[in-house]
Design a protein around this ligand. Sequence first.
Ligand SMILES: Nc1ncnc2c1ncn2[C@@H]1O[C@H](COP(=O)(O)OP(=O)(O)OP(=O)(O)O)[C@@H](O)[C@H]1O
Ligand code: SF4
Ligand SMILES: [Mg+2]
Length: 343
Amino acid sequence: MITAQVTAHPSEPSAVAAPPILSVQGLSVEFPGPNAAIRAVGDVSFSMPAGEILALVGESGSGKSVTALSILGLVSAPGRLVGGSVQFEGRKLTDLPEHEMARIRGRRIGWVSQTPRASLNPSFKIGRQIAAVLAACSPDLKGSAVDRRIDALLRPLGFTEPARVTSAYPHQLSGGMCQRVCIALALAGDPIMLIADEPTTALDVSVQAQILSLLHQLNAERGLSILIITHDLAIVSALSHRVMVLYGGQVQETGPTAEVLADPAHPYTRALIAAIPDSTTFDGRIPQLRGQAEPPIAGVPGCRFAARCDHAFVACHQTLPSAHAAGHGGRVRCHLHQPVGSP
Ligand SMILES: Nc1ncnc2c1ncn2[C@@H]1O[C@H](COP(=O)(O)OP(=O)(O)OP(=O)(O)O)[C@@H](O)[C@H]1O
Ligand code: SF4
Ligand SMILES: [Mg+2]
């Protein structure tokens, strides 16, 4: 059973019929490999209506972070975008120069990196770093109003004495504290969207629950759209409206969270869910995925999951499956779900 840290299951986003706030089409990112390019993200397409919480899940190396970084224009050499486009609030981000992207990051899209300590400036105290974001995003805020805003940002993140944090340098904070400071920085510009890469991995369960509740509240009350990357299916279950499963840099399955977790269609999603220990039935064995995820080599035919899939048949090694309609209302990239009679 997948257990949740926050009790309220998210209600449906209020503006599902609205145009998407984010639309990603055919996104592909490559890194040079020893013999051939590694296609870390391969033809990824998805949209998010305003107010949605979308969870991005998958094993280590499946392309979650590179997908997020490419939306934000932060893929750095030797990685490069080799195809696709990203539209946000009707603007094509993939065409924007860096100085315009820099204005969107922080002001319109808050970003929580998977490596929070590295994204803080080691030379400045935390208070100064948050104040710098406020000065850029809310220039009318002055004097004690800045202090009050910093206090209001830090307290809901579990800092009961914000002054102790604001007067500290990053190296004086624990990993979990850095993670929460990065969430404060991401929210300081009052963005309309948050992209958060494993935002609670370094936190104890009570602080994690507090942060998930805050994200839930920001979504419900202010319509904050959230793309959250996590390994933790309990977080997916508690927080997200929709889930997208990545493997080998490709979207393997997507659909409404509750339905996908209750009735996963893709063999990989089923294996991920089966690998969660269940204390009520645990007998010392946890079903494990055989083999290891290999870096996705560009141009290799067939299903990315074929080498590890118990259901693989000849076509799986030869032809990339298309995305088909799944019973849960979403889509699944698997030959087993190809409609009868289709070529
Ligand atoms: N700097 C890099 N140089 C070379 N290859 C890279 C680099 N960054 C990512 N990759 C490739 O992209 C793939 C996807 O990486 P990514 O960081 O997106 O994985 P992830 O799903 O976020 O994994 P994790 O759960 O461990 O954070 C990696 O397996 C690797 O092959
Ligand atoms: S396409 Fe084939 S190898 Fe891929 S998940 Fe489906 S059955 Fe398994
Ligand atoms: Mg990652």
